[in-house]
Design a protein around this ligand. Sequence first.
Ligand SMILES: O=C(O)/C=C/C(=O)CC(=O)CC(=O)O
Ligand SMILES: [Ca+2]
Ligand SMILES: [Mg+2]
Length: 400
Amino acid sequence: MTTTAAQALARPGFDANNLPYGAFVRTGQAQSRLGVRLGDHVLDLQALALDLNSDLANWFEGGNLDSLLQGTPADWDAVRAAIVEWVSTPAHAQTVEAHAIALSDVEMVMPFTPADYVDFYASEQHALNVGKIFRPQNPDLPAAWKQLPIGYHGRSGTLFVSGTPVARPNGLRRVDGNIEYGPCRFLDIEAEMGFVCGNGRMGPISLANADQHVFGAFILNDWSARDIQAFEYVPLGPFLGKSFATSISPWVVPLAALSAARISTPTRDLPLAVYLDDARTTPSGLDVQLEVLWNDEIVSRPPFRVMYYSYAQMVTHMVVNGASLRAGDVFGSGTISGDDVRQRGSFLELTWNGAEPITLANGGERKSLVDGDVIEMRATAPGPDGSIIDFGSVIGRITA
Ligand SMILES: O=C(O)/C=C/C(=O)CC(=O)CC(=O)O
Ligand SMILES: [Ca+2]
Ligand SMILES: [Mg+2]
């Protein structure tokens, strides 16, 4: 046979340049298994490695990415190189295809066990928009914004995989001038990229070594209850208004697949502290393009390339005080908003706090999410040799 598994199964976006990792449960089975996506199939890595007598099989044993995240970048490279070889060698095609399962026959589950979860605020346009909406009297950007990537600690236990229903949260919010407890009246989204860390150690970590501790990337929707948030979050920051649910896409795209997507971060308006100065390190901006669909209609296209701070600066900043970095730590980039109105990553901004409703073909006029609404976020980036790296999508339906 001269055909490879990649030739037989791949399609644009999910070919041998991408090979994102995910954890799946086969219909009728209980345990999750670790796989990589090739076209519209997932390859069962442990079964495949055992069949090929590979000594890498133990990395896949736990049924998700947890073991591999404990490894080093050398381990990550060895595993990826082996998988690329398996799908690209005609002699292995039959074995690989024997362990390829159609995505329609599996349910995707959380790809790893989240350790800590932090959310940043690294889009300048988003920070400017929210500042104008919530703090019209104050200067547009918070004082520290151009000197460090501002963030807050979130709740790792409520990170959910795509497809998990999102129940409308309850909380204290202002209704006609009174503070009342009840269901959120301004439920919103935040289109972000998320990153998972591996190869844990105590901080600090230098910017030049940041890639040694970031395994991969995915799409993240930081669901936000704007009315609950508005009442609770001054001065300590978001708490219950965001901790009820954060959804992530099921496929973790390894950093190694994103080499062609690397771009420089924007020109700096203020010099950065030495530990954040990325003028001489490998560029770690990423040219990822997102799409937000509200009940199947594209309402926004947030461009990740505009982010003021990169994932490398975020991970470096997160532990510059000496805090520990653990395998499984997750950080979100912050809401991604470009200059254009239809590049805004939240409905707070897209509707300008409800003043400019959006009319949906499927659902009429909307200021915020109503029960039954479905939000999907998709993303792609350039891959090597003109290929495309597809991140798949993160979907959530609002329930009462
Ligand atoms: O600027 C504010 O008052 C609030 C900002 C957010 O709610 C956004 C947040 O969670 C951080 C981000 O996603 O950029
Ligand atoms: Ca956020
Ligand atoms: Mg958050």
